[in-house]
Design a protein around this ligand. Structure first.
Ligand code: IMP
Ligand code: MG
Length: 204
């Protein structure tokens, strides 16, 4: 459905999707379950959540509000797609907050001895989460667990063990609820499959 606003702005959203996979209530119900599992597993340890931005933004905000435990939140910014529908395999990590020393260096959050929970939007080839995990391991945390909202059923370039999973999906390109295509669709409150023509146009 495409509707034009009076000022000429066009809302193109639902019509760009082939179908909706998970609507808002379905996502929130699943978050209730995952949050309960995490709250139970970490009831005796203080959690340090590492959010992998930007894709996990909505997921992190909604999930953490369901976890009634003391915890700390750090954010990492990661880029691997560069506007294509396929991962480049090359993962660029940077801290979401500018490091006090500046200079564009990666300053890892101080996670030595801490129990880390990495939160990401989607597991596809595995490159991103494998790189994030390896990088965080160099900071000598006590433990690392991984939570992803979506995992694609496919052969991965890199194996990643997931401790908490929202939904398993087919190997299709999805957007919404934080997930983007070329920076768009993150603000949709639901998750859906992007129409193939839109991906194909972008490939050209
Ligand atoms: P991986 O490194 O191939 O596992 O890809 C992980 C990252 O690529 C995710 O954190 C997303 O930002 C992005 N990504 C992978 N699949 C999709 C998708 O279907 N829609 C939107 N972004 C995706
Ligand atoms: Mg991402």
């Amino acid at each position: 459905m495409i509707s034009a606003l009076a000022d000429g702005l066009v809302i193109v959203v639902r019509g760009d999707l082939e179908r909706v996979l998970f609507d808002e209530p379905a996502i929130h119900r699943r978050l209730d379950d995952i949050a309960a599992q995490i709250s139970n597993d970490f009831r005796e340890r203080e959690l340090t959540v590492i959010a992998v931005l930007h894709g996990s933004l909505m997921f992190v905000a909604d999930l953490l509000r369901r976890i009634p435990l003391p915890l700390k939140l750090e954010c990492l910014s990661v880029a691997s797609y560069y506007g294509k529908a396929q991962t480049s395999g090359e993962v660029t990590l940077k801290l979401a907050t500018a490091s006090p020393s500046g200079g564009g260096q990666i300053t890892l959050p101080n996670v030595a001895g801490r129990d880390i929970l990495i939160l990401d939007d989607i597991l596809d080839s595995g490159h991103t989460l494998a790189a994030v995990r390896e990088t965080l391991e160099t900071a000598r945390p006590n433990s690392i667990r991984v939570c992803v909202l979506l995992s694609k059923k496919k052969q991965r370039a890199r194996q990643v063990d997931v401790d908490y999973l929202g939904f398993e999906i087919e190997d299709e390109f999805v957007v919404g609820y934080g997930l983007d295509f070329r920076g768009r669709y993150r603000n949709l409150p639901y998750i859906g499959v992007l129409r193939r023509e839109l991906l194909e146009q972008a490939e050209k």
